[in-house]
Design a protein around this ligand. Structure first.
Ligand SMILES: [Zn+2]
Length: 87
């Protein structure tokens, strides 16, 4: 398998980019040796997964209290409100 080539978004360098651990969300962090900056080539979407959305909507349909939903699914009340607005 050919390793993926990553390009530095700051200076365009792709040869001297090395791995730099991971973000809290599990995306790969890369570090450019040319401009000495770290970057994330493909940050994970901050939106909820479809699966989680479905679970939250089901919980709402069952009249689960908002506070319980937030605790169970580790989301903020704003996330739940945003989800309701979209549907
Ligand atoms: Zn760079």
């Amino acid at each position: 398998m050919v390793s993926q080539v990553f390009q530095c978004p700051h200076c365009g360098e792709s040869e001297r980019v090395r791995r730099h651990g991971r973000t809290r969300r599990g995306s790969e962090r890369l570090y450019c040796n040319v401009c000495r900056r770290a970057f994330t080539p493909s940050p994970k979407s901050r939106s909820l997964s479809e699966e989680k959305k479905t679970h939250i909507l089901n919980a709402l349909a069952e009249k689960m209290p908002l506070i319980a939903i937030c605790r169970t699914f580790k989301v903020s009340p704003n996330t739940v409100y945003a989800l309701l607005k979209k549907t």
